[in-house]
Design a protein around this ligand. Structure first.
Ligand code: NA7
Length: 538
């Protein structure tokens, strides 16, 4: 090997939740030589980059954490029901300290390419620092929502004011006081940011392309007795979330919404609405994702709430979602989102009724033939979800085949963990795994542990390479599509369907298994127990 090239057992890309636990599992449990490359200057991944006002997790804090550090589960005190971005970063910093993870992370370093060398069965990994390192295994811990989507708006370079994307917010924030501000987008991010920005800005104009169904977050302090009860039963909590459908302590109501009386239905809706959070989305009657008729009942309830909350009926009508079933786009959690449109300094420009964004001008945004002037534009326009971060790595598998080319029509994976033709390459919460349709730490831990067990098996059996067979990959893809095509999900132009970005081939990106994350976990374990069925080991 050429001198100057560092050799590792494993290279991990990314030091967010996934990368951090991957280092821990490989280094401290298996004794391997591991290096993680991280583009940011600190740990945290998505929580390092997304610093916009109001950035907060939408999972309850007591289950949005690592469950493998049992002592920290007891010691750490979350300040609120949903942890805010700085608090999650503090938590992850604490984990890094406790487990001495930083010594194996190279910060401020972006992976720019990697190829599998079939002569030595090693991955050769290149960085933006001009370095190359080799490893037997390469693990992408790059997150599902880390590749920023900044649409190619005509004229952006002419804008004289300040602009930024929510996922690249400057450290230290932006002072909106006395400023005329635009927010482009009304997804989960914008729904968090808009109420916060509206409090500061002189004027806030929101550019909406698709109205969303928002449900109340109901953030706040958690009753200390409940905190203690959960801490005393953490083993039970962990067991339940691992076996659940979505990685939460929620389950569908095991009956059809069409079977129950309107009184019972309304009572259940009220209960879930009052509980706040994802209950409304993920603990609903079981036919909500399958039957348009069932779905309409739920959608109507939210539409009534919007009309009741938003005082101007014209604005309310713009905020009412049209054209996609409830729950088929990522559920935004609302803390005064709809109320914000009652403020005198807030204006809504809706692409359907007022006209779409045509261009960015020197002074602002032109939409529907009208120019709006701004000092600051915030793009809350989301991500090139799931496939974007992996394509950006420029990985090449056997025969120099490029992942980007093989995925030209959408992702092809086996279990969302492995890709045919890419030996010893694993993707944590990759496309076609439950990932973004689950409470992420639950799915991350499952993948990390599965991958670590697999690498351990490889060492113990003296195998050099493991890779998905093309047949297993094809069958998995067909299964993923068959399941989703039986639901209402394909009826939305969501980022789940790759439909948020012009030109991205339409494909369902995560996996919505018939038995959720619990069933998916059992499937992965079964594959391992059957001597890694669907993989070729050499
Ligand atoms: P999302 O959910 O993808 O939202 C992006 C928003 O930006 C959404 O309202 C989009 O409208 C809008 N958008 C995107 N491209 C354009 C263009 N070209 N013109 C106008 N408007 C546009 O991203 P978020 O950051 O809110 O949330 C992503 C995830 O992060 C979230 O689900 C959590 O898991 C955390 P659209 O609805 O596509 O019509």
């Amino acid at each position: 090997m050429a001198s100057g090239i560092q050799a590792y057992d494993v290279i991990v890309i990314g030091a967010g939740f996934s990368g951090m636990y991957m280092i821990k599992a490989l280094r401290d449990k298996l004794g391997l030589k591991v290096l993680a490359y991280e583009a940011g200057e600190a740990v945290g991944g998505t929580w390092y980059w997304n610093r916009y006002p109001g950035a907060r997790c939408d999972s309850d804090s007591y289950i949005y954490c690592f469950t493998w550090d049992k002592q920290l589960l007891q010691d750490w005190e979350w300040s609120e029901r949903y942890p805010e971005q700085p608090e999650i970063l503090r938590y992850l910093e604490q984990v890094a300290e406790r487990h001495d993870l930083k010594r194996d992370i190279q910060f401020n370093t972006r992976v720019t390419g990697a190829e599998f060398d079939e002569t030595d069965n090693l991955w050769h990994v290149h960085t933006d620092k001009g370095e190359t390192a080799t490893a037997r295994y390469l693990i992408a811990a790059v997150g599902s929502l880390s590749e920023t989507n900044l649409p190619q708006f005509k004229g952006l370079e002419k804008f004289q004011g300040k602009w930024c994307h929510t996922s690249r917010f400057p450290n230290g924030g932006i002072n909106f006081t006395a400023k005329r501000v635009a927010v482009v987008g009304t997804g989960a991010t914008a729904v968090q940011a808009i109420p916060e920005i509206a409090q500061q800005a002189k004027q806030l104009t929101v550019f909406q392309r698709t109205a969303n169904y928002c449900v109340p977050a109901r953030n706040g302090k958690v009753d200390p007795e409940l905190i203690n009860a959960r801490k005393n039963d953490y083993d039970g909590v962990v067991k339940r979330i691992k076996e659940s459908f979505f990685g939460f302590e929620y389950n569908f109501i095991p009956k059809s919404v069409l079977e129950v009386t309107s009184e019972e239905r309304e009572r259940e809706f009220d209960r879930m609405w009052d509980e706040g959070g994802f209950a409304f989305w993920l603990a609903y009657y079981q036919d909500m994702f399958f039957s348009q008729e069932a779905n309409d009942l739920c959608a109507d309830y939210i539409k009534r709430k919007i009309r009741k909350t938003v005082k101007d009926p014209v604005v309310a009508e713009k905020l009412i979602p049209k054209g996609h079933p409830y729950g088929t786009k990522r559920q935004p959690l609302d803390s005064n989102y709809y109320e914000t449109f009652n403020k005198d300094n807030v204006v809504l420009v809706d692409a359907n009724t007022d006209g779409p964004i045509e261009e960015i001008t020197a002074r602002g945004i032109r939409a529907g033939g009208k120019e709006y002037e701004f000092d600051i534009i915030i793009f809350a326009t989301g991500f090139d979800a799931m496939t974007g971060p992996l394509k950006a790595l420029h990985v090449k598998g056997r025969g120099g085949r490029k992942l980007g080319e093989l995925w030209a029509d959408g992702p092809h994976t086996y279990l969302g963990i492995s890709i045919a033709g890419f030996p010893n390459f694993f993707t944590i919460t990759g496309p076609q795994s439950p990932s973004v349709l689950s409470n992420m730490p639950v799915s991350i831990e499952q993948h990390v542990e599965w991958i670590a067990d697999c690498i351990d098996m490889m060492s113990k059996t003296g195998k050099a390479t493991i890779e998905a067979t093309p047949e297993a990959q094809e069958q998995w893809g067909a299964h993923v599509n068959e399941i989703v095509n039986g639901t209402l999900m394909p009826r939305a132009n969501s980022w789940y369907m790759s439909a948020n970005i012009a030109g991205k081939p339409r494909a369902f990106l995560p996996y919505l298994g018939p038995e959720g994350v619990g069933g998916y976990r059992r499937k992965c374990d079964e594959v391992a127990a059957k001597d890694y069925e669907g993989f070729t080991l050499a």
